[in-house]
Design a protein around this ligand. Structure first.
Ligand SMILES: NC(=O)c1ccc[n+]([C@@H]2O[C@H](COP(=O)([O-])OP(=O)(O)OC[C@H]3O[C@@H](n4cnc5c(N)ncnc54)[C@H](O)[C@@H]3O)[C@@H](O)[C@H]2O)c1
Length: 254
């Protein structure tokens, strides 16, 4: 089905999304960025099937709320506004609106989340002793560690593997030439180590590694470009179009 879409936030992601929407035969009817924020209203959103929001943590909540108020299903990609997620979900339900949120729209990463949870379940059931660790590698401009994706991976493992109670981060100091691992305290059996590495231009590599005395098993995902993230958001928009309710990548991948 050909969708009539709106893009809110015409930055790196907004531009990638526009290209993919057009490639897939959809109409881009409205693009909102700083110079025309006033156009995010019922008049301009009239007839729009779905909006995709990739802006900033400070602006996302209001933009998403405005889409819902205007009866437009909205795909949310902006990160860092989740303190108001529950509030927005409640508003969306009250308005019989439609909202899709994912902190990472790469289909591959979301498949990795599921496979990793399943693997943890199987390891738990097998009773075998494996030590598990997560490594995330990103470019040196990335200031935060660990990555949100690594945290989601860790939470999925902790949920299923009784030996692990919480994650602990080994973060590098940001001078790569003088790389030193640092952990906030001694690592115990119950800690799941997330190793953060910062090097070069790497857009994002996540590895889950299980190791016993006899063997080693790895799950690894490498992001090659931003296009995979934009593609995931567009597929989410196609999924959301015509629906009511609140959805995540788990619903899409069912
Ligand atoms: N969920 C995911 O998979 C995923 C992937 C990549 C990026 N992101 C997140 O998406 C967001 C955007 O990322 P980006 O790389 O495109 O950033 P960017 O800085 O390149 O683009 C953001 C754009 O939003 C515009 N903007 C700011 N306030 C606005 C407002 N009120 N209304 C409309 N537009 C406004 C800015 O002018 C800019 O053009 C970030 O929060 C980023 O973390 C999420």
């Amino acid at each position: 089905m050909r969708m009539k879409t709106a893009i809110i936030g015409y930055g790196k992601m907004g531009r990638e999304i526009e290209q993919i929407l057009r490639e897939r035969g959809h109409e881009v009817a409205l693009i909102i960025d700083l110079e025309n924020t006033h156009e995010l209203d019922a008049e301009h959103l009239k007839g729009v099937d779905v909006a995709l929001e990739f802006t900033t943590p400070a602006t996302a909540y209001d933009n998403l709320r405005r889409c819902i108020a205007c009866g437009v299903p909205v795909v949310s990609g902006t990160t860092g506004w989740l303190a108001r997620y529950e509030e927005l979900k409640a508003y969306c339900q009250e308005q019989h609106g439609a909202l899709f949120y994912a902190s990472n729209y790469s289909l591959g990463v979301n498949l990795l989340f599921r496979i990793s949870r399943r693997l943890a379940e199987l390891v738990e059931r097998s009773g075998a002793h494996y030590e598990v660790e997560i490594e995330e590698v990103h470019h040196t401009q990335k200031k935060d560690a660990p990555s949100g994706t690594a945290i989601t991976l860790a939470e999925g493992i902790i949920e299923h593997l009784s030996q692990k109670q919480q994650w602990i981060n080994f973060a590098p100091i940001f001078d790569v030439a003088d790389y030193t691992e640092r952990a906030p305290r001694t690592v115990g059996e119950e800690d799941l180590v997330i190793r953060s590495v910062r090097e070069g231009m790497t857009p994002g590599i996540h590895t889950v590694r299980y190791e016993s005395v006899d063997d080693a098993l790895e799950l690894k995902h490498t992001i090659k470009n931003r296009r995979t993230l934009a593609m995931g958001a567009v597929v989410a928009a196609e999924f959301l179009c015509g629906k009511e309710g609140i959805y995540t990548m788990d619903d899409l991948l069912q």
